[in-house]
Design a protein around this ligand. Structure first.
Ligand SMILES: [Zn+2]
Length: 151
């Protein structure tokens, strides 16, 4: 599968429902939908609330914190574009607001990832877009930000 479209990582499909999400990712913000009627958060984006059927769903910013619910380690690249990444982790992350999101756990050895691990969102540039990934909570990015805040 070399020499074809699989040489570059796929870009997420963007449509009217998902555009606000991807636009926010490009700005380093993770958005979820929240239902005005029942208060439930949901991901992926939908036209109506998956809990109560209300159409009063609006975008809110997630706090970016989550927990690894389950994961797998990918040791054989699915295409040439991912060869430099193996081994890497694909995980289901349960966000603090409730919804789960499939993503990658980055910034630590794959052997360090475990169920229940506290993680926080980061963003991996991909073309003109950015995709949400997760790293150990309190990791290098957080410490850097904290250090800057402390002067
Ligand atoms: Zn609802």
């Amino acid at each position: 599968m070399t020499g074809d479209v699989f040489d570059s990582k796929p870009l997420p499909p963007v449509n009217a429902e998902t555009r606000p999400f991807w636009d926010a990712c490009a700005e380093g913000k993770l958005l979820l939908q929240r239902c005005d009627d029942c208060g439930a958060h949901q991901f992926y984006p939908r036209l109506m609330c998956s809990a109560c059927g209300s159409r009063a769903v609006h975008w809110v910013q997630a706090n970016g914190q989550g927990e690894v619910r389950t994961f797998t380690i990918i040791r054989r690249a699915v295409s040439a574009a991912f060869e430099a990444d193996v081994p890497y982790v694909v995980a289901l992350v349960q966000l603090a607001e409730g919804p789960t999101m499939m993503s990658n756990i980055v910034g630590c050895p794959v052997e360090a990832v475990h169920i229940g691990m506290a993680v926080e969102v980061a963003f991996e540039p991909r073309g003109t877009m950015a995709v949400p990934v997760f790293e150990l909570a309190g990791g290098p990015a957080s410490r850097l930000a904290g250090g800057l805040a402390e002067g």
